[in-house]
Design a protein around this ligand. Structure first.
Ligand code: FAD
Length: 320
């Protein structure tokens, strides 16, 4: 049984931790969903972050590290324990590499690299969220993902601050070693990018931004794509054979292809709907709940399983 009184006392004693109690997670997630977190702490100080993690451990309480909340569904009942955000947000050139703190907006990092004529991250323009969240889920779009440029990631593993090089981060499509160690906190990363033409990079980034804003209007309450795309090699032969060749890019097919076939577009469950133009986009019409998201997700998974015999896997992460 967690000792919340002990936790409250220990957290209050950590000076550089901005601590609030009973904080509605709906206000901190792009989906606009989620009940209260008992404790919500923000700090830009790695030592304070380590102390907060340790306080949770000593009180037997849960701790969830959140970035900007753009890829999470928080439970309607909220979170019993501490939701912790690392807010250090510097982006700079350091020893020939681009160094970014985990709390920086991914877009700040993208803009920084474009302005300095570094090529690669420009295609990630418009992906919401923090650098930490992007590393955790290996964010990517339009042919590039962040892992291609990561040289090193610094993280706190509950005992000490450590670093991993690119190979040790075990990046794969929307995967990293950090997804399998949910108690680790990413503190920042070092990236190396090739040189490019600044104006051309900005022009391409602006094009991508326009396409994205049409697909995901900035005011839309959502988490981007709800399911991961699929490696065609992993699909049952009959399902793979149904996919037209032009729908396969870099060995992957959009899960929206199959979701559309099972009637996802336009489905609704209470306040949650699936976009009429994109079968992998669940959004909150207002007043939607996590229970409604989960029920819709379950229904879609079941339809895909029954018709095609494989599982679609959520890209979105659940809190609580
Ligand atoms: C409109 C829209 C469009 C999107 N388009 C794309 C896209 O094109 N490509 C793409 O890849 N994603 C996309 N996403 C998903 C989302 O933007 C990314 O997954 C993003 O990188 C999440 O960052 P975040 O800071 O918001 O993380 P959060 O949503 O806060 O957290 C996501 C996960 O990361 C973990 N995490 C966050 N920070 C840390 C940290 N410092 N240390 C350890 N773990 C951490 C959390 O525990 C959680 O499990 C989209 C989302 C939206 C809303």
């Amino acid at each position: 049984m967690p000792d919340f009184d002990r936790l409250a006392g220990a957290l209050q004693a950590i000076a550089p931790l901005r601590l609030e109690t009973n904080v509605p997670l709906a206000a901190h997630t792009r989906f606009g969903i989620g009940g209260p977190a008992d404790f919500f702490g923000r700090t830009a100080d790695p030592q304070a972050l380590a102390s907060a993690v340790q306080a949770c451990r000593e009180a037997g309480a849960a701790c969830y590290v959140m970035g900007d909340g753009s890829n999470v569904v928080a439970a309607d009942a909220g979170f019993r324990g501490l939701v912790l955000r690392f807010t250090a947000a510097a982006v700079k050139i350091d020893g020939g590499v681009v160094a970014a703190d985990a709390g920086a907006k991914l877009q700040s990092l993208v803009d920084f690299t474009i302005e300095r004529g570094f090529e690669g991250l420009h295609t990630l323009t418009g992906i919401p969220g923090s650098v930490g969240g992007a590393i955790y889920g290996n964010a990517g779009a339009y042919g590039n993902s962040i892992d291609q440029f990561i040289e090193r990631v610094d993280y706190f593993d509950g005992a000490a601050v450590r670093s991993k090089d690119n190979a040790a981060c075990e990046f794969a499509y929307r995967e990293s070693v950090f997804k399998r160690h949910k108690n680790w906190v990413i503190l920042g990363g070092a990236l190396r990018l090739p040189a490019g033409d600044r104006q051309a990079l900005r022009a391409r980034a602006d094009e991508i931004r326009q396409i994205r804003d049409e697909k995901f209007p900035p005011s839309m309450l959502c988490a981007g794509s709800i399911f991961k795309n699929l490696h065609i090699r992993d699909l049952p032969a009959a399902a793979a054979a149904e996919v037209p060749r032009q729908a396969v890019r870099a060995g992957k097919v959009a899960s929206a292809y199959f979701l559309e076939k099972v009637g996802a577009k336009g489905m609704r469950n209470g306040g949650i709907a699936i976009a009429s133009y994109h079968a992998n986009l669940l959004y909150n019409r207002g007043g939607g709940t996590a229970a409604e998201v989960r029920a819709l997700v379950c229904e879609l998974k079941s339809r895909i399983r029954k018709r095609y015999g494989f599982e679609v896997e959520e890209e979105v992460q659940y809190i609580g």
